[in-house]
Design a protein around this ligand. Structure first.
Ligand code: SAM
Length: 344
């Protein structure tokens, strides 16, 4: 049985527990190795009809939390790395943007390129949300980018949509974490990246959703009208809230603190939008999600066949495009990280 609770009156929606990283399933009362299909469906309900406006809400929440515009910061850092790789590549460079959303991450790459490389870049924007891709087309055209392709698909369909080795660079800004199981997406990306090509992820990393106790303590620090009933329901649904999580791989308390702040910012932005009757289901976001420490990405990259320490990744560090691989964006936490894998 999948534990669940009524989350409609919380300051934000929790969403399905199936969305947490699969290795955290036992802590949430789920058997690890199960629910591959169901966890994907639990994500689909969030983004398939997702609105382009949601992107703006996420930035607003980050700014409201006093963090600055983290989505934009991730895009900018990703673009510096991807642009550097493109500039070092001869001829036409095919780029797959996974979870491209409303086109902001691709536009950022374009802006980071010098004139010559701009002419050589060919973008394919893949996303599962059609309204966001519509917005992306408008954005790219406004930017004067004419040579692009749009692919409406889930990122677990990459291998059936593209030829083996079709791309020189695959990249994703906050676009591949929406899975309990990352393996299918990472291995499919590896399939469509050509030998010598790259996979660059820029993502949010933290361990907040790995254990119900972390979520419980976070919620207990907030106030809302139905808190007493809701927390009773939480305790019943997720009894392991009472146990200490212990030390988990890549745990970074500063990153967890920052993501908690982000969510309090989101609660405010959401509340105001609801009060103004401007908030729609398509703008919704759910707390329990697939964020995980960057160490898990390093493992997944290697398992998918990417190498993390190569002449090209060392060059990025030597030229100070990255401060390491993974590259830590914020000075005081490992919340935002850019990771580069190269296919041998
Ligand atoms: C946080 S947004 C980032 C968008 C864009 N990269 C940017 O920087 O603005 C993540 C995007 O990934 C898409 N997405 C999430 N899970 C996906 C999946 N499994 N398959 C395809 N797209 C997905 C969402 O629809 C959303 O547009």
């Amino acid at each position: 049985m999948i534990p669940e609770m009524d989350d409609r009156h919380l300051p934000f929606r929790l969403g399905s527990v199936l969305r947490v990283p699969s290795y955290a399933y036992p802590a949430w009362g789920l058997a690890e190795g199960n629910y591959h299909r169901e966890s994907e469906q639990a994500y689909d309900v969030e983004f398939v009809e997702g609105s382009p406006r949601w992107m703006q809400y996420v930035s607003d929440a980050s700014v409201r939390a006093g963090l600055g515009d983290f989505p934009q910061r991730l895009r900018a850092e990703n673009a510096r790395v991807v642009a550097s790789l493109i500039q070092e590549t001869a001829g036409l460079v095919t780029i797959l943007d996974v979870g491209a959303g409303a086109g902001h991450s691709a536009r950022e790459i374009h802006r980071a390129l010098d004139g010559n490389a701009r002419d050589r870049a060919r973008y394919t924007l893949l996303d599962g949300a059609r309204h966001r891709l519509d917005a992306a087309e408008a954005l790219l055209q406004e930017e004067g980018i004419t040579d692009y392709a749009i692919e409406l698909a889930n990122d677990t369909q990459i291998a059936e949509r593209f030829e083996e080795g079709a791309f020189a660079v695959a990249t994703s800004v906050a676009g591949v974490h929406a899975h309990a199981y990352l393996e299918p997406t990472f291995s499919q990306v590896a399939y469509v990246v050509r030998p010598g090509g790259f996979f660059v992820t820029a993502d949010w990393h933290n361990s907040m959703w790995e254990h119900p106790r972390r979520v419980y303590q976070f919620l207990m620090g907030l106030e809302w009208d139905t808190k007493k009933q809701d927390m009773d329901a939480f305790r019943r649904a997720f009894p392991r809230y009472a146990r200490e999580p212990g030390q988990t791989l890549g745990h970074d308390e500063n990153a967890n603190e920052m993501i908690r702040r982000f969510w309090t910012g989101w609660a405010e932005v959401r509340r105001e939008a609801v009060a103004a009757h401007g908030f729609r289901k398509a703008d919704e976001m759910y707390l329990l999600e697939g964020h995980r420490p960057v160490e898990r990405y390093l493992q997944e990259m290697e398992q998918a066949g990417f190498q993390l320490d190569t002449i090209a990744t060392r060059r990025l560090v030597r030229d100070q495009v990255m401060n390491g691989n993974p590259h830590q964006v914020l000075p005081d936490s490992r919340l935002l990280m850019v990771t580069v894998g190269q296919k041998p």
